[in-house]
Every structure is written in structure tokens, then in C-alpha cells.
Design a binder for this molecule. Structure first.
Ligand code: GRF
Length: 232
């Protein structure tokens, strides 16, 4: 007989990935530690079949799904309108995948290299599921792909003196949602790009855990205000 009061269920994360999954690994390692207490990852979804992050999830006994955009593109003409229609169907089905059975408390984009449409964001918002994203740049700087490369090039040209990493809420405008946590990263003259990337990834691995914890705390506060249930 437990003397403990009924503990609320753990906070439930769903993680979206596209590649190596080192940020996913940081989340896996942090779950149920003081860094990310009472939290579990209920599923990992990748838009790339060969994403090593899928293997990381499987090793951690986390259910995985490969959600493939190509099959949607094959249903539509290879025109701008056709690609747009395919992406909308893809995003709608991705949202259904996430919310239909056991919705998570939070979706974390951890190196997810797919631009989520307003349709996706709306469906998740209607289901009350927040979405956060890791972006290796400071708010409003280097939105989109290749942020580290572009910052490195601008530093070589003397146009910037530093960069950073942020975790932010996801809205339809790429990388422009409200920041949750931001960390400056110094840039060093003569440093090779690979060394900067390594330092950036180190910062990412800590920030994605901190940003996820803060986002979950924000959800708990919001639910208390709304008189809703606990997340864990
Ligand atoms: C990170 O630098 C992320 O910001 C970028 O791709 C990398 C993802 O790395 N979008 P991983 O897949 O988490 O190792």
C-alpha cells in the first residue's frame, strides 16, 4: 500500500527528429532525473527513415514512427500547388498521428528539418498541445536551415561577434515563436567551423532539457489557472 498521494501521471513528450538525434539523446538521458523530473517520451517521429535518432529511441524502448513526405508528393503533381497540397496533407496526418490516440503534453522539435505549416500548428493548438523547437541561433537571427554555417561565415567577415542557441515556441513563421530559453555562444577568431559546431551542440544538449522543463512548468501553471488536470 503506497503511502504516497496519487502521483499525477508523468509529463508526456513526443519528439520530432530528422538526423543524428544527439538532442533527443539528451532528453532521453534527462527524463526522470532532477533535470527533467517525472517525464517520459511517449514516441519519436522522424521524417527521415535513416535518422540515427530512430535507433537511439529504439534502444531506449521508445516507440518510433517514420512519417514519409514522399508518398504524399506522389499523390500530387510536381507543381508548386501540388507540393503545397502534399505538405498540407502530410502535416494534417502528422498532427493526427500526434493527437489522435494518447496526446502528449508537449511536442519537442529536436533537429526536425521540416517546416511545420499553419495547419499543423492550428491542429495542435486546438488539441491544447504546445510545440517547442531547438534553433542554433539567437532570436530573429539566421532563421531556417544552416544557421551555424551562416553565423560562422558572418563572423569570418567581421559582421557579428557572437551567436547563440534558443528554445522557442513553434508558430507558422519559421523560428520566430516566443523564445523560452536563450544562451549566448561566444565566437573565437581562428576557430575552425567544426569546433564552433561542437561547442554549439554542447550548449544545445543542455538547453533542450532546460527549455523542455520550462515549457512543461508553463503548461502546469496554465492548467492550474484553467483548473485543468496535472501533467505530472
Ligand atoms: C542541431 O544543430 C539542430 O539545431 C539542427 O540540427 C542539429 C540536430 O542535431 N537543426 P541532432 O539530430 O539533435 O543531433
Amino acid at each position: 500500500m503506497s503511502s504516497q498521494p496519487n502521483l499525477p501521471s508523468p509529463s508526456r513528450l513526443l519528439v520530432l527528429i530528422s538526423g543524428n538525434g544527439s538532442n533527443l539523446q539528451a532528453l532521453i538521458d534527462a527524463c526522470n532525473t532532477p533535470a527533467l523530473p517525472h517525464t517520459s517520451i511517449i514516441r519519436v517521429i522522424s521524417n527521415r527513415k535513416d535518422a540515427y535518432g530512430l535507433q537511439r529511441a529504439q534502444k531506449a524502448d521508445i516507440p518510433t514512427t517514420y512519417h514519409n513526405l514522399v508518398k504524399y508528393k506522389k499523390r500530387h503533381p510536381a507543381t508548386d500547388a501540388g507540393v503545397q497540397a502534399a505538405r498540407e496533407e502530410y502535416d494534417r496526418d502528422l498532427a493526427r498521428l500526434i493527437v489522435d490516440d494518447e496526446p502528449p503534453d508537449l511536442v519537442v522539435c529536436a533537429g526536425f528539418m521540416h517546416v511545420l505549416s499553419v495547419h499543423f500548428c492550428t491542429l495542435l493548438a486546438e488539441a491544447g498541445v504546445d510545440i517547442i523547437n531547438l534553433h542554433p541561433a539567437l532570436p530573429g537571427r539566421y532563421n531556417g536551415a544552416g544557421a551555424i554555417d551562416r553565423a560562422y561565415e558572418d563572423f569570418q567577415k567581421g559582421e557579428i561577434s557572437g551567436t547563440g542557441v534558443m528554445i522557442h515556441y513553434v508558430i507558422a513563421e519559421v523560428d520566430m515563436g516566443e523564445p523560452i530559453v536563450v544562451r549566448d555562444v561566444e565566437m573565437r577568431a581562428g576557430e575552425a567551423k567544426g569546433e564552433l559546431e561542437a561547442r554549439m551542440h554542447e550548449v544545445e544538449h543542455g538547453l533542450i532539457v532546460e527549455g523542455t522543463r520550462v515549457a512543461l512548468e508553463n503548461i502546469k501553471e496554465r492548467r492550474k489557472r484553467e483548473g485543468g488536470g496535472e501533467t505530472g
